[in-house]
Design a protein around this ligand. Structure first.
Ligand SMILES: Nc1ncnc2c1ncn2[C@@H]1O[C@H](COP(=O)(O)OP(=O)(O)O)[C@@H](O)[C@H]1O
Ligand SMILES: [Mg+2]
Length: 343
């Protein structure tokens, strides 16, 4: 069976006058029907540009290479007429701030029915019926009345539900959600994530969920890609990444999740942060992009290109430590990984 989406060696560079920003570097992943893939990483790590490339929505100064296949159709380099048939129809996207995607001057009804009439060529009456059904599905009560409202008349959480309903109108094979809950408060955030999980099961669609929150990943996703400075540093199932992380960056990210203390009352006071900053994407160092912040860095990490290594069927890591004997790693007294994992 073909995966719904197959991204292979996707690289994205932005040209600005005579400088070149290396935003995404040889990213590869695949997604099956009904699967939720999480993409996690710090701000600026290339998460949004990766999915914008899938949607054909990169800025004009972007240069891409590699391949993005939706079933057997290549999307990279497709012209706008063909992309318009795919966007909102076979692949839909929801963004962090629904106000940027909803038209403030039009009622929800006009915006929803227009999508269906355009993509599916159905009558206004049928489009209205479908839109009401979709609002029910995303649990907006009193849909018949509310569909006549304007976006600003909804609360943040309700607006995100409307956005999700619009994204799902044409029953896409793939839904991309780029930090869909970041702008919402925590209780509403949990409701929206629960809704996405239910809808994915109901509609059996593939989902890419972008977040900077490892907790969200653990709750919602089947698999996860950890991105850093445009690279997928580690990818695998939730079990691989949370129980057997192999990349020092993944380990550091996991250590920065707030945990409840044993007595269940206090937030752990020793919350870890990752010292330093991501590298400049204009002048990336040779070797590993994480080298300057890595507590396990080794001479071999500073040269050449680090190739991704398969550790199992689904687990992949872009780190030299797999080749370095644990004795050599142990010599690096700062390395917090050596004692924890069997590298
Ligand atoms: N049009 C552009 N021109 C130059 N650089 C860009 C452009 N769009 C994005 N970038 C750069 O690409 C990098 C990755 O951005 P992005 O994928 O949006 O990060 P995030 O992981 O936070 O979603 C950032 O450093 C950003 O500045
Ligand atoms: Mg982003």
């Amino acid at each position: 069976m073909l995966p719904i989406l197959k991204v292979k060696d996707l690289s994205i560079q932005f040209k600005k006058r005579n400088i070149c920003i290396n935003a995404v570097n040889k990213v590869s992943f695949a997604l099956d029907e009904g699967e939720v893939l999480g993409i996690v990483g710090e701000s600026g790590s290339g998460k949004s540009q990766t999915v914008l490339a899938i949607m054909g929505l990169l800025a004009k100064n972007a240069l891409t290479s590699g391949s993005v296949k939706l079933l057997d159709q290549e999307l990279l380099g497709l012209n706008n007429i063909k992309l318009n048939k795919i966007r909102g129809n076979r692949v839909s996207m929801i963004f962090q701030d629904p106000m940027t995607s909803l038209n403030p001057y039009l009622t929800i009804q006009s915006q929803m029915t227009e999508v269906l009439m355009l993509h599916k060529g159905i009558s206004h009456k049928n489009a209205l019926n479908e839109s009401l059904k979709m609002l029910d599905l995303v649990k907006i009560s009193d849909a018949k009345r509310r569909i006549k409202l304007y976006p600003h008349e909804f609360s943040g959480g309700m607006r995100q539900r409307v956005m999700i309903a619009m994204a799902l109108l044409c029953k896409p094979e793939l839904l991309i959600a780029d930090e869909p809950t970041t702008a919402l408060d925590v209780t509403v955030q949990a409701q929206i994530l629960e809704l996405l999980r239910e809808l994915k099961n109901e509609l059996n669609m593939a989902v890419i969920l972008i977040t900077h929150d490892m907790g969200v990943i653990a709750n919602v996703c089947d698999r996860v890609c950890v991105m850093y400075a445009g690279n997928i540093m580690e990818g695998g199932t939730i079990e691989d990444i949370f129980y057997a992380p192999k990349h020092p960056y993944t380990v550091a990210l996991l250590e920065s999740i707030p945990k409840l203390e044993q007595d269940g009352n206090d937030i752990d006071a020793k919350l870890k942060t990752i010292p330093g900053e991501p590298p400049n994407l204009i002048h990336l160092p040779a070797g590993c992009a994480f080298q300057d912040r890595c507590s396990c860095v080794h001479e071999a990490c500073r040269h050449g290109e680090i190739e991704p290594q398969f550790l199992g069927e689904s687990h992949i890591v872009k780190c030299n430590l797999q080749f370095i004997t644990s004795g050599a790693v142990m010599q690096n007294s700062n390395c917090h990984l050596a004692s924890k994992t069997n590298i």
